[in-house]
Design a protein around this ligand. Structure first.
Ligand SMILES: [Mn+2]
Length: 404
């Protein structure tokens, strides 16, 4: 049987509002605000140029259940462009754009097959033979049952592809999103599993491939690195994945070492050099700047400057750069100095470092339940806990030294 070639994408999140980012300069904000739409255009243009057998979109086309109207118009246009080139699209809706929301309806062209809220199959004739797709759309925001149980086992030698927007069982933060086990997917004997929902690109297995392509544009500081989709060439013997980048603005962390630096102007220069190099590869970027290897004196001096002032000064110092780089936040990391710590300080740090994520949740619960503060807070996950641990330990190291 001849090979088939297709695009696998998911989590477009068209119309993401980028809450809390309005500090950006006007043109930067405009570019960021439209970044999901522009990343989508890049995807469509790639498909028009390379004419794959079909395109798979595995849920969360829109960011909100009300389906932003501009995003819908853009999506409809993209689907029409593919229709004009006779490129079929097989898609489902996810938890973000589930079918119970209220939205203005656009009619999608006939090349698009969207699954409804029950598990069903769709058969497509391609130049290399028939392909059977199995999938479903989210009828409501949360689906805690294992939908994959309802996916039929492949019954013949034709190509079978599963579309599934959901997360691995045991992933406690995502338990209500159609949880599945890897063995369950493998038992269906499909040739490819096109997953969606997790925004970090990853392959859970190969032969057959079980793949999250990640989202096409990062939406906040935790969605770092280059984002895009996969172009897949599939035969009965092999699967080839080619990652195609689409992100318009890249979120990332950039570390600048302060080792051997005495004066502030040297530190500014080090930032300029590092960021210039970074954007040569990444293009427009929103970054968290981390000053590493600060000696105690520099650390103390920098820590005493209000963050907003430090940010403003650094933003001004890079304003002349060719690419747009926005410094979103600054972190200070001191060279480790355990020996000078007081016994109480050392015990405190040890205790805090032993806390699991549930301990942190318990400690922070009042803050998170507060009706006003809670909506400004990020979810407590491993990354947040890691950062809290580091920041708390730094504060203790600064304040609780031996002999004080
Ligand atoms: Mn998503």
């Amino acid at each position: 049987m001849e090979s088939i070639r297709f695009i696998h994408t998911a989590d477009l999140h068209l119309g993401s509002p980028f809450i809390g980012m309005r500090d950006l300069q006007k043109e930067q904000w405009q570019k960021l605000k439209d970044s999901t739409l522009e990343a989508f255009d890049r995807l469509i243009n790639y498909a028009l140029k390379t004419k794959p057998d079909f395109v798979l979109i595995v849920g969360d086309i829109y960011d909100g259940e009300d389906r932003n109207i501009r995003a819908q118009a853009r999506f409809q246009k993209g689907m029409q462009q593919l229709a004009n080139q006779k490129i079929p699209v097989i898609m489902c809706y996810g938890n973000h754009d589930h079918l119970s929301g209220n939205w203005t309806r656009f009619e999608l062209p006939e090349n698009v097959h969207a699954f409804d809220d029950t598990v069903s199959q769709f058969k497509l004739a391609t130049a290399s033979g028939p392909v059977t797709f199995t999938g479903f759309s989210y009828g409501k925001r949360h689906i805690s049952e294992s939908m994959v149980k309802q996916y039929p086992v492949a019954q013949n030698q034709e190509y079978h592809i599963g579309l599934l927007h959901g997360s691995l069982e045991g992933d406690s933060t995502h338990a209500v999103y159609a949880p599945f086990k890897k063995e369950q997917l493998l038992s269906k004997q499909y040739d490819y599993w096109a997953l969606g929902h997790i925004h970090k690109r990853q392959e859970l297995a190969n032969e057959p491939a079980i793949v999250y392509p990640g989202n096409i544009q990062g939406r906040h500081r935790k969605e770092t690195g280059v984002k895009g989709f996969y172009e897949v060439t599939l035969s009965k013997a092999t699967t080839q994945l080619a990652f195609i980048p689409t992100s318009v603005v890249q979120f990332d962390r950039v570390a600048v070492s302060a080792k051997g630096i005495v004066h502030m102007n040297e530190l500014i220069e080090a930032c300029q050099d590092k960021l210039s190099l970074f954007t040569q590869g990444a293009g427009a970027a929103i970054i968290e700047l981390v000053f590493t290897e600060l000696d105690q004196e520099s650390f103390q001096l920098l820590a005493e400057i209000p963050e907003s002032e430090l940010l403003e000064m650094l933003r001004e110092s890079i304003a002349e750069m060719e690419w747009f780089v926005w410094i979103q936040s600054i972190q200070l990391q001191q060279v480790e100095q355990d020996s000078e710590l007081s016994p109480i300080g050392a015990t405190l740090i040890e205790t805090i470092e032993s806390w699991e994520i549930d301990n942190w949740k318990a400690i922070l619960k009042d803050l998170y339940r507060h009706p006003k503060s809670s909506r400004f807070l990020e979810a407590v996950d491993d990354q947040t806990v890691g950062e809290l641990q580091l920041a708390t330990a730094q504060k203790i190291r600064r304040r609780m030294q031996a002999g004080e």
